[in-house]
Design a protein around this ligand. Structure first.
Ligand SMILES: [Zn+2]
Length: 182
């Protein structure tokens, strides 16, 4: 019997920006004590986790390049998010950080996509099945250039022309993704 099922080798991910998306925006956040989770963080991940998505964070942290924080401090801030969600059995496959200054011209600061390509290579992320959620134009461009669907959550940035969907909350972003699942 011939199976009609099409085997996809790659995995469906939801990629997240960090500041202004998973946690409230704080200018040049360098203190883990100032991390404030978005109110619908847990619900959003539970919805997506049940649907089988895997998770990754891709974040620009020029505070490192500016000398305002060490990578250790950045990792502590990131761990506040992953530890909180782990208490609900939600796990991130990766957290990738660009520590460089915008002026450094690196290839890992969003909207450049090298950290996305790293996820493709190391975690079998399939862009065609995956989504990027963020609040900034650079997140939308990153997702577009990687080949993901893009969702902009409302924040302090203007609506992006590169967003496939504009959402007032993280939870509504998650719900929109569920409507797109094959
Ligand atoms: Zn970089």
């Amino acid at each position: 019997m011939i199976s009609k099922r099409v085997y996809k080798l790659g995995k469906a991910f939801v990629l997240f920006d960090r500041d202004g998306t998973l946690i409230e925006h704080v200018h040049h956040l360098t203190d883990p004590g100032l991390v404030k989770f978005k109110p619908d963080l847990q619900t959003s991940f539970q919805l997506l986790g049940k649907a089988g998505y895997r998770f990754g964070i891709i974040t620009n942290q020029s505070v490192v390049g500016r000398g305002l924080a060490t990578e250790t401090v950045i990792n502590k801030i990131n761990a506040r998010i992953s530890d909180f969600l782990m208490s609900f059995e939600i796990v991130f496959d990766f957290v990738y950080v660009c520590p460089h200054l915008p002026s450094a011209g690196c290839d890992c600061r969003k909207p450049a996509i090298s950290l996305g390509l790293k996820a493709v290579a190391e975690h079998q992320l399939d862009p065609s099945q995956s989504f990027m959620i963020g609040d900034q134009e650079s997140d939308m461009l990153f997702g577009r250039n990687l080949g993901c669907s893009t969702i902009q959550v409302k924040g302090n940035a203007q609506k992006s022309l590169f967003a496939d969907y504009y959402s007032d909350t993280l939870e509504n972003a998650a719900k929109w993704i569920l409507t797109k699942k094959e």
